[in-house]
Design a protein around this ligand. Structure first.
Ligand code: UDX
Length: 421
């Protein structure tokens, strides 16, 4: 928002994060974000605070972007943090204002929060809640925010207010750039986001299911994906078979979507997402099996895991297939050493008992098998000769199908991919 030229005050309850942000440091890894942060702090357009009072006094446009994690022990989304923002902020707003929700929420949430906000705020009907879902990908957050595919805004059709005009003003530079701006009712806007993520998850699980068949038939899923991807109706993107999807969004979003559909009496419509989830989780089990096959037994084996983040260009390890596989293999008695270019600190915090190495080569020291589980550029560039001297056995399992099988085989390695002969 500051980069678009607005005066911005960022609010968080985590004082450690605020201290970092104020010093121009991003508390997680995201390419290009630090420069944007520093530039806008220096320009005086961006400040941070823990004070909701200050936020309410400062702004008449509020963006709500807190997390909606999966509830412990159930599929539904935990809306505690979203609700807390409204119950804390709304009573402090005294004049006309709009709260734009960005968090991924179950359909119906915006409507409920609108009622709650109007009840709690001295501004009453002058406080509007609209929904403006976020489609950014980690690793491309800056690009996706400043040049999104589309802007979606859900407004309360029963209370035509200022939300649409305010959004058009906030996003004017993007709208002038001809980025499609779609205005809907709030329920549709909420569902656009969950459907988009459900579709992406389904696309990945589709190719991973086909990869199981390819494996059984001795076919190559990567070539198959290239071939079907040429059909513009299908498209090649999100057809990379491997250890599957993870992260803070797709897994929990499809589960919350199923839970919400159930509450609405439409559970049958989304039972296929249960299978999407199953196919995805089965990839992790398959990876563990392949590692076991490679080692004979995992007990006492030495396993190198290259990659811990749920995808490259991120230090996010939430529901990461890579770390999950590493953990499962360790539980079965192997000594596992992990290396990731950016996610070491987060991995240690989540899985303190795994072994960690400073470089990819150190991780492969004495390994019986090398697993590539996140397709970081530095792993794609690995040459068999680089690892020849350090590993105990020249066996590599490519969990992201990101290396050239022929090259590794030509140099005397046993190469296995997922869904490839
Ligand atoms: C996702 C959506 O893409 C984004 O639009 C939404 O706003 C948030 O959720 P993100 O979680 O950053 O973004 O990751 P994404 O790029 O979608 O990848 C998700 C997972 O799928 C990763 O673990 C990735 O490795 C995996 N993936 C992706 C595949 O296994 N195969 C693919 O072809 C693509």
């Amino acid at each position: 928002m500051a980069e678009l030229g607005h005066e911005v005050l960022g609010v968080d309850v985590d004082s450690a994060k605020l201290t970092k942000l104020e010093a121009g440091e991003v508390p997680f890894y995201e390419p290009g974000l630090e420069e944007v942060l520093r530039r806008n702090i220096a320009a005086g357009r961006l400040r941070f605070t823990s004070s909701y009072e200050e936020a309410a006094a400062f702004a008449d446009v509020h963006f709500l972007g807190v997390g909606t994690p999966q509830k412990k022990g159930e599929f539904a989304a935990d809306l505690t943090y979203v609700d807390a923002v409204i119950t804390t902020l709304a009573p402090l707003i005294t004049g006309p204002a709009v709260i734009f929700g960005k968090s991924t929420v179950p359909v119906g949430t915006a409507q409920r929060l609108g009622v709650l906000a109007r009840e709690l705020s001295p501004a009453g009907e002058d406080l509007e809640v609209a929904w403006n879902p976020e489609f950014l990908r980690e690793g491309f957050a800056v690009q996706d925010t400043l040049h999104p595919d589309r802007l979606v805004l859900g407004v309360d059709r029963d209370r035509p207010g200022r939300a649409e005009d305010v959004a058009r003003e906030v996003y004017s530079t993007l709208i002038e750039d001809d980025i499609p701006f779609l205005v809907t009712d709030v329920a549709t806007a909420e569902l656009v986001k969950t459907s988009a993520n459900a579709f992406l998850a389904t696309k990945i699980s589709f190719i991973n299911a086909i990869s199981e068949v390819c494996e059984a038939a001795g076919a190559d899923v990567t070539v198959l994906a290239d071939a079907i991807g040429h059909d513009a109706r299908i498209g090649r993107r999100f057809l990379n078979a491997g250890v599957g999807f993870g992260g803070g969004c797709l897994p929990k979003d499809i589960r919350a979507f199923m839970a919400r559909a159930g509450e609405l009496g439409a559970d049958q419509a989304l039972t296929f997402l249960r299978e999407v989830d199953n196919i995805n989780m089965r990839r992790r089990t398959r990876m563990v099996e392949l590692a076991r096959e490679a080692c004979g037994s995992l007990l006492g084996a030495r396993v190198a895991v290259l990659g811990a983040a749920f995808k490259p260009d991120s230090d996010d390890v939430r529901d990461s297939p890579a770390l999950n596989v590493a953990g499962q293999i360790q539980l079965q008695g192997a000594a596992v050493t992990v290396y990731d270019p950016k996610a070491m600190e987060n991995s240690r915090a989540l899985f303190p008992t795994l072994g960690y190495a400073q470089t990819a080569f150190d991780a492969c020291e004495g390994a019986d098998v090398v697993l590539v589980l996140t397709e970081w550029p530095e792993f794609r560039k690995l040459q068999p000769a680089d690892l020849d001297a350090v590993v105990r056995k020249r066996v590599l399992i490519d969990g992201r199908n990101c290396l050239d099988p022929q090259q590794w085989r030509d140099e005397g390695w046993t190469y296995r991919g997922l869904g490839r002969p």
